[in-house]
Design a protein around this ligand. Structure first.
Ligand code: NAD
Length: 289
């Protein structure tokens, strides 16, 4: 098995890289935070902490799991000249599909491939290796990298040309954010009318309003005040903004997405960079007059 590069050992990247190490891959890792790199290398024998781009020269594939397209572009463009011809970037962050296409074109000029393979399922599914992965790119590149993806995910779906994975991921997260805000509003309004909050969630879960927030977030992270799902509000706001921009780029107004994007942006600015996205529940509650 050849070496795999892994860049971005955050909430998601760390458990994903852990599974790849367990599956027998030798990893070359990098993160802007040297503490997380040292901790990972110590816990995963044989792993190389990259001190520069040259350390990735033996990698036929490099996974990126980074916050946004600005960072992905900078990291990948700096790294690319050091990679062997034919190597593939597996871009697993949630990023802007238009910029992903431009990055893939840049890499093609250097004899390198890129597939976008963003994930859904959060930290728990990353730990379990059961992420949903949606893949865009050349079908042959996808087939070649499928065994690597299968270590980290269960529902792995090829969705179209490069960028299609990132587009679908942003659209998914828009739907998820809209449902979260709708759920938060319903709980606060029901409670103001005198209905027990837990009861509201349980009844919606037995009814047609059931969604991922009512099933997997309301009791687990919101009603109990834990707000520790591991997915930041800033990242969620980024995703909804990408979806809303995508609508504009194909001349669809996406009226609701514009509204949800405005609400998540505003909440993210008010609550700060460290806020968990489930804190939107408390934020929506504070909007009552
Ligand atoms: P995170 O902030 O926990 O991790 C990002 C990591 O990237 C950090 O360790 C940071 O130090 C590192 N980093 C930042 N700039 C860097 C650079 N220039 N070079 C090297 N490393 C750098 O974020 P996360 O929650 O792990 O999310 C990562 C990506 O996955 C994001 O695009 C996010 O939208 C997406 N995502 C997150 C979740 C979730 O539940 N957290 C779920 C699905 C998708």
């Amino acid at each position: 098995m050849s070496h795999i590069g892994f860049i971005g050992l955050g909430m998601m990247g760390q458990p994903m890289a852990h599974l790849l190490h367990g599956a027998g891959y030798t990893l070359v890792v990098r993160d802007a935070n040297s503490t997380v790199v040292q901790a990972f290398v110590q816990a995963h024998p044989g792993t190389v902490a990259a001190s520069g781009s040259a350390d990735f020269a033996g990698c036929a594939a490099v996974i990126t799991m980074l916050p946004n397209s600005d960072i992905v572009d900078a990291v990948v463009k700096e790294l690319a000249p050091s990679l062997p011809r034919g190597a593939c970037i597996i871009e697993m962050s949630s990023a802007d599909p238009t910029r992903t296409r431009a990055l893939a074109a840049h890499l093609a000029g250097l004899g390198l491939g890129l597939i976008d393979a963003p994930v859904s399922g959060g930290v728990k599914k990353a730990q379990a290796g059961t992420l949903a992965i949606m893949v865009g790119g050349e079908p042959a590149l996808f087939e070649a990298q499928k065994p690597v993806l299968e270590v980290m995910g269960k529902a792995i779906t090829f969705v179209g040309p490069v960028g299609a994975g990132h587009a679908l991921k942003a659209l998914n997260n828009y739907v998820s954010a809209a449902a979260l805000i709708a759920t938060a509003e319903a709980i606060h309004v029901g409670a103001a009318f005198g209905i027990d909050r837990a009861l509201i969630v349980n009844v919606i879960n037995a009814s047609t309003g059931k969604n991922n927030t009512t099933e997997n977030k309301a009791h687990q992270y919101m009603l109990n005040g834990a707000f520790n799902s591991g997915f930041s509000l800033a990242l969620q706001a980024k995703d909804v903004g990408i979806a809303a921009s995508l609508g504009q780029s194909v001349k669809h107004p996406m009226t609701l997405a514009q509204k949800v994007s405005g609400m998540t942006d505003e909440a993210s600015r008010a609550l700060g960079a460290q806020a968990d996205h489930t804190e939107l529940y408390a934020y929506v509650g504070q909007q009552a007059g």
